[in-house]
Design a binder for this molecule. Structure first.
Ligand code: HEC
Length: 121
């Protein structure tokens, strides 16, 4: 019994999970660890990035279209300026992969909760 349970826990087969589930999981992790500093203008991360880029690209990480997953992982594991680094005991490699992919492809299938707007201008 214990062995069977263990096998189930270490074999989650993440690639088989639907994209929508991975996105909401990424958003949950992001909300827990990142959005305090990066959610909206006026947060420490947003202010630092506004100072750095002057709005181009956006100071709001979730609005960026120029991030790549490897860069996000590097920054999260090593920290940058006064952004702290995060350990694997805080954010696992699998979780970081989800968040990095989410930030690198923020628009993929995105419809802001409650603000879905279909096409048009
Ligand atoms: C304590 C506040 C804080 C937290 C929490 C935080 N960050 Fe940051 N982050 C910053 C600051 C400040 C900067 C800008 C550093 C600089 O001036 O270059 C930054 C920069 C970044 C950058 C670099 C953007 C660029 O254009 O170079 C990425 C990517 C990033 N953060 C991702 C994350 C992710 C993902 C998380 C959650 C796992 C997170 N941050 C949590 C404060 C934070």
């Amino acid at each position: 019994m214990v062995l069977a349970l263990g096998a189930a826990v270490i074999a989650p087969a993440p690639a088989a999970r639907p994209v929508a589930v991975q996105r909401s999981e990424a958003q949950r992790i992001y909300a827990k660890w990142c959005s305090d500093c990066h959610s909206v203008p006026g947060r420490p991360g947003s202010m630092a990035l506004e100072r750095k880029y002057h709005g181009n690209p956006s100071a709001i990480l979730e609005q960026r279209t120029d991030l790549n997953p490897d860069y996000v992982k590097l920054v999260v594991r090593h920290g940058i300026s006064f952004m702290p680094s995060f350990r694997k005991t805080e954010i696992s490699d699998a979780e970081l992969a989800l968040v990095a992919d989410y930030l690198a492809h923020p628009a993929a299938g995105d419809a802001k909760p409650g603000k879905a707007k279909a096409g048009g201008k």
